[in-house]
Design a protein around this ligand. Structure first.
Ligand code: LLP
Length: 429
């Protein structure tokens, strides 16, 4: 049974009725299911069972909530991080530094130093100069930074342009043609322990074919690198496996993905690394919202909910579909637009969609928001950052407090212009 299901006509998260959470915490709120997180985390790892040597690092960007990271740490997940902030989260969650992979195209020197000092297990280097600087910073500390070179296999992942990362003109990695030369130069640096290559071609990938094509190209590259005398022991295959957002969609299973990877990498003799985010987190969360108004519209009524684009940015950013269902459906259906209170036409979750008939004061949820939901929230329109709630069987707990508009106001000092410390005038003289 899905962890989010109806019982006696009321939507529950595990054994907790969502109206109970709304009454106790307020809306809007993200609600996560422990059982759902565990199930998807285990399904992904079970899918990889045919792969002998492997390391799975959760892409923290998908859901950096501390309680969630703790849960995944207990499932044996490492962490894929892209900032100092994500490193702090992963370490606070008890993920061993050795199990952390530092990805990302804009690492600062300060971030690399902090990661070296913390003993982060691997850096995925995006291009040559980054590798040179990392080697220098490591050598200055008497260290050798374990690193993989991220390559760009020039594959169209067939996903939304804003979440596609593996085409030649994307900002990520080095081109396959340039990779052998760059690899050879980086491999000579004392401060680097270069162990292989990394890819990540995009997110919400619906089909295994582009993933397979990218992995095959990496296979050719590592054969060439070995022929040139390099010792390749690790290959990071990134994340990207998609999930269904619409009730009728069918996506590749983790087992199908694992079988494909095992087949294509059969002769590789390397430790394979994976960085799933969405697959693990996406289906484990809903966004609980209250219907503020049903406002007549030119074609369809507007259902105005108390969640907005600042709470869930995916529809506004990527035209993403999130299923919308009433918490206590009355059995009737309407065709409506769904929008939030933010003053932009883009703050629209759906247009002309057949949904449960909802009225002012009713509760509803957007489904499949456990990944790239809360983590992408902002305070636009001086709205709060909304709370996150974790359900475990018949219990629930707030795992991220609401950050109130008063709290964001309190960190905005207005200058009196009497404090000399921030003045540039001394430097100019
Ligand atoms: N590894 C790297 C280097 C990445 O850049 C990403 C995601 C992942 C792993 C995890 O990918 P996943 O398994 O979650 O597909 N905000 C967008 C998604 C952006 C993904 C960015 N990189 C969305 O809401 O759809």
């Amino acid at each position: 049974m899905s962890p989010f299901h109806y019982r006696d006509g009321v939507l529950h998260a595990e054994r907790v009725p969502l109206p109970v959470i709304a009454a106790s915490i307020g809306t809007p709120a993200y609600v996560y299911s422990t059982a759902a997180f565990r199930a998807s985390a285990r399904a992904f790892r079970a899918g990889l069972a045919p792969i002998a040597r492997q390391h799975v690092a959760f892409a923290v960007k998908a859901n950096p909530n501390l309680a969630i990271l703790r849960l995944l740490a207990a499932e044996g997940y490492g962490a894929d991080i892209v900032s100092h902030g994500e490193m702090l989260r992963a370490l606070a969650a008890g993920i061993p530094p050795r199990a952390i992979v530092f990805s990302g195209v804009g690492k600062t020197d300060a971030e690399m130093i902090a990661a070296l000092d913390a003993g982060v297990g691997q850096f995925n280097v995006e291009f040559e100069e980054e590798g040179v600087v990392l080697a220098r910073l490591a050598a200055a500390r008497g260290l050798r930074a374990v690193a993989l070179l991220r390559v760009n296999p020039d594959i169209d992942a067939g996903t939304h342009a804003k979440i596609s990362t593996g085409r030649r003109d994307n900002k990520f990695g080095v081109g396959l043609d340039d990779a052998p030369g760059i690899y050879a130069r980086l491999a000579r640096l004392d401060g680097l322990d270069l162990r292989g290559v990394a890819i990540h071609i995009g997110s919400q990938i619906a089909d295994l074919a582009p993933l397979e094509a990218a992995i095959s190209r990496v296979g050719t590259l590592i054969a060439d690198l070995r022929a040139a005398g390099h010792r390749i022991t690790h290959v990071d295959l990134g994340g990207g496996l998609g999930i269904p957002y619409r009730p009728d969609e069918i996506y590749p299973t983790a087992a199908a993905y694992g079988a494909m990877v095992a087949r294509v990498t059969r002769d590789w003799d390397a430790t394979l690394m994976f960085e799933p985010g969405r697959f693990v987190a996406g289906e484990a969360g809903v966004l609980l919202t209250e219907i503020l108004w049903v406002k007549p519209g030119a074609t369809h009524p507007y259902v105005i909910v108390d969640a907005a684009m600042n709470d869930l940015a995916r529809p506004a950013l990527y035209d993403a579909f999130h299923d919308f269902v009433a918490v206590e459906p009355n059995g009737r259906r309407i065709v409506a637009n769904i929008a939030g209170p933010v003053c932009e036409s883009g703050d629209t979750f759906a247009m002309g969609r057949a949904i449960d008939d909802v009225r002012r004061g009713d509760l509803a949820v957007f489904r499949t928001v456990g990944a790239y939901g809360a983590t992408m929230a902002s305070t636009y329109n001086c709205r709060p950052l909304i709370p996150e709630v974790l359900v475990d069987d018949d219990r629930f707990a707030v795992v991220a407090d609401r950050i109130s508009p008063q709290a964001t106001l309190d960190v905005q000092p207005v200058p009196s212009w009497r404090r000399p410390t921030l003045s540039l005038s001394r430097q100019r003289r």
